[in-house]
Design a binder for this molecule. Structure first.
Ligand SMILES: C[S@@+](CC[C@H](N)C(=O)[O-])C[C@H]1O[C@@H](n2cnc3c(N)ncnc32)[C@H](O)[C@@H]1O
Length: 361
């Protein structure tokens, strides 16, 4: 298997997903398919995987790394915020587990020409998907100063956001990553271990790819796609993502979300998830030694439960729950969820899905 990205917290992820034979899984961020391949290995025989990635280059690498599993997976070159529409179109639900391993793969960071890193001089692009119009160059060269400051503050938590935004506007036109990194370094100076442009680059990438609203949307969609007992596992790499995941899981594992001072519940909210790890999971010392890029990773996992007032539970969902209970009772297996009856159409090619229709977010 060609090495292009080391999957982060692989064992912890497989355990949290409770991968078992015959299971059906969604990987929302296939990347180089490190996690996807391990999922398919554990899910065989009969396991199936539906994978998404906005970056067609990642999916090409993934397809090579999934050699031997043809017919068991389908890769879709779309944002994971289209996951529900795509999964339903392929009759791929309910699922046993969904993984989101957010951010960038190592090969994207080191790929010259993508503009994700200031280690390599490249045009200010930063798009995951080449089909998208907005680039980082457009933001720095055409947005108003206040808008740029807002992006740097909100998505980079950059305390010198206004100062940097002012210098960016004064220095237009900015073309390359190194130009921007040098400008930020000159504007705020160097202090601490991390390069002063790190937060600016993170903020621009998040804005270019609309990462946070798409993550919020994907978490909601994932919860709807999970069968009862199915697992949602998210690995995030910065506090903004982790906060969204944490708050979502907290809210969805709570029956009533009314303000504490209301005497009685008015929201009618019913918990759909059970949080599996109260304390966030982080990479082991061993992993940090072998893969220093994993250092900021945080894993959170939750299980889909039958909610207090499950509206419109389908017969298929009931079967899913019943089969799982029987299986757990019979074999004592927490993993090893049942194979679902209907195989998704279009699962013969085991390659990149030719269907490039974009579903609305
Ligand atoms: C950290 S890497 C995943 C690595 C993968 N788990 C592996 O083991 O090889 C994240 C991948 O998700 C993709 N990605 C990030 N945000 C996405 C989104 N909103 N929709 C689809 N793909 C996304 C990136 O292009 C990248 O390939």
């Amino acid at each position: 298997m060609p090495i292009s990205h080391l999957p982060v917290m692989l064992d912890e992820t497989l355990q949290a997903l409770a991968v078992g034979p015959g299971g059906r899984y969604i990987d929302g961020t296939v990347g180089a398919a490190g996690h996807s391949r391990a999922i398919l290995e554990l899910a065989s025989p009969g396991g199936q995987l539906l994978g998404f990635d906005s970056d067609p280059g990642s999916l090409e690498i993934a397809r090579r790394n999934l050699a031997g599993f043809e017919g068991s997976y389908l890769l879709i070159n779309q944002n994971f915020a289209t996951m529900e529409t795509a999964a339903r179109a392929h009759d791929f639900y309910p699922v046993n587990g969904i993984l989101l391993d957010l951010g960038l793969a190592s090969m994207q960071l080191s790929e010259t020409g993508r503009g994700f890193s200031f280690q390599y001089d490249a045009p200010l692009d930063m798009r995951f998907s080449p089909e998208q119009k907005l680039t980082a160059a457009e933001i720095v060269n055409s947005y108003a100063e206040a808008e740029i400051a807002d992006i740097l503050w909100r998505y980079g938590e950059e305390r010198f956001s206004r100062k940097i935004a002012r210098r960016i506007v004064e220095s237009r036109t900015l073309k390359t990553t190194v130009e921007l990194a040098n400008l930020v370094a000159k504007t705020i100076g160097r202090s601490g271990d991390i390069h002063p442009a790190t937060r600016t680059f993170q903020a621009l990438r998040i804005a270019v790819n609309e990462e946070l609203p798409r993550l919020e949307s994907a978490l909601e969609q994932a919860t709807r796609l999970l069968g009862f007992g199915g697992r949602l596992v998210v690995i995030s790499y910065h506090s903004l993502e982790d906060r969204i995941v944490k708050q979502f899981m907290q809210q969805e594992s709570t029956d009533c979300i009314c303000p504490a001072d209301l005497p009685e519940c008015r929201c009618g909210h019913a918990a759909r998830l059970r949080i599996l790890n109260k304390k966030v999971i982080t990479p082991s010392e061993d992993e940090l030694r072998t893969n220093p890029r994993s250092r900021s990773a945080k894993l959170r996992a939750a299980e889909r439960i039958l909610s207090r007032e499950e509206p419109g539970v389908s017969l298929e969902d009931h079967f899913f729950l019943r089969e799982r209970r029987t299986r757990v009772a019979r074999y004592g297996l927490e993993a090893g969820l049942p194979t679902l009856r209907r195989g998704p159409p279009g699962f013969t090619a085991g390659s990149i899905c030719p269907d490039k229709r974009r579903a609305a977010m």
